[in-house]
Design a protein around this ligand. Sequence first.
Ligand code: FDA
Length: 389
Amino acid sequence: MRYTTIILGAGAAGMMCAAHAGPGTLVVDHARAPGEKIRISGGGRCNFTNMGATPENFLSANPHFCKSALARYTQWDFLDLVGRYGIAWHEKTLGQLFCDGRATQIVQMLRDEMARAGAELWLATSVAGVRHADGLFHVTLDRDGQRQDVSAPNLVLATGGKSIPKMGATGLAYDIAQQFGLAMTETRPALVPFTFPNDRFADLSGVALPVRLSNARASFDEAMLFTHRGLSGPSVLQLSSYWREGEEIVADLDPSGALLQLLRDTRQSEGRRALRTVLARALPARLVEALPTPVPLDARLADQSDATLETLVDGLRSWHLTPSGSEGYRTAEVTLGGIDTDGLSSKTMESKALPGLFAIGEAVDVTGWLGGYNFQWAWSSGHAAGTAI
Ligand code: FDA
């Protein structure tokens, strides 16, 4: 069967692309339902974009690559679409927009948009092979145990990254990209919890607090959560995208900088209090017991000199930790790296070397921060390719 465009992957980027690619589009996915990651995202409410999205919120070997697509299909464009479908939403924090209802509203909206554009959707269909001949991409599919050959002058790689293989993530886009001469940048799990040796923080599991978490490359002021196996929470997921194996991270447990003054004031007014009691006014009590402190926690506050309090607070503001690793693709929200943007047009997402071949979404070496940025990249890059076709 002959189509104008074949899109591999009915995720966020593939569906957005199909909504704009015009008639004669076939979207293929091996899953039984489209947009499965949208469905489970944001705790079932989908953090579908971020009001503050700018190119600075994305990592890529070429930080300029994402600019054009993000500028031509912005968060406001997606919000317009959401508004046209009457989907209620709210800002949770830091510009992050979520559905008031279910994330499945976003999936249904994209299905409706694809149908309106006349795209066909084949689910439970796997890709057995792709070749290019006579200006056409010939794709062999396995649909319900039947072989089907389809062809089109345009092929869009939208099968995402490697994160969460249990949900059907595969490296198909990477394999086909490489088959047609596109280079890859190194891929790594990102937006992923850190692990520590010997379940170091198991006793603190469930404790959360606001921190500033930093390394030499980046710094994030958000919550940190202790887990049985290590550290998680928004600040940790964010920093994981900037972290390499073996490196140290630094947690500032007093990001507002108010602790030293609190200790000094309390020394004046309630000097007989134990250090642990006063620290527990600013930090979770369970965490206080586990902190590295220069004096015992049952020491009286009145007995501590300014210098001791400063040493104590300095330690808490610069807690050096070395993760042993990350939870990996099993739980990573995204894959860092991917199809090298050098081989693609930033305006259309089309291969510079092989016209008609496009790559969009997470498969491409553009990775957003936590907070709706990755979906925005899927919408923007999907729109760029769809309108170019
Ligand atoms: P996506 O992964 O969405 O789609 C790829 C499609 O290709 C899938 O439907 C898959 O079945 C199909 N496919 C894969 N291999 C195939 C093969 N071999 N043959 C056929 N089909 C194949 N981002 C955000 O901005 N806000 C959020 O709230 C969240 N929350 C979130 C939670 C969780 C648990 C995860 C894992 C991820 C997020 N993300 C997120 C990230 C976001 O989901 C992700 O960046 C986008 O879904 C990427 O869109 P794509 O369309 O590129 O890939």
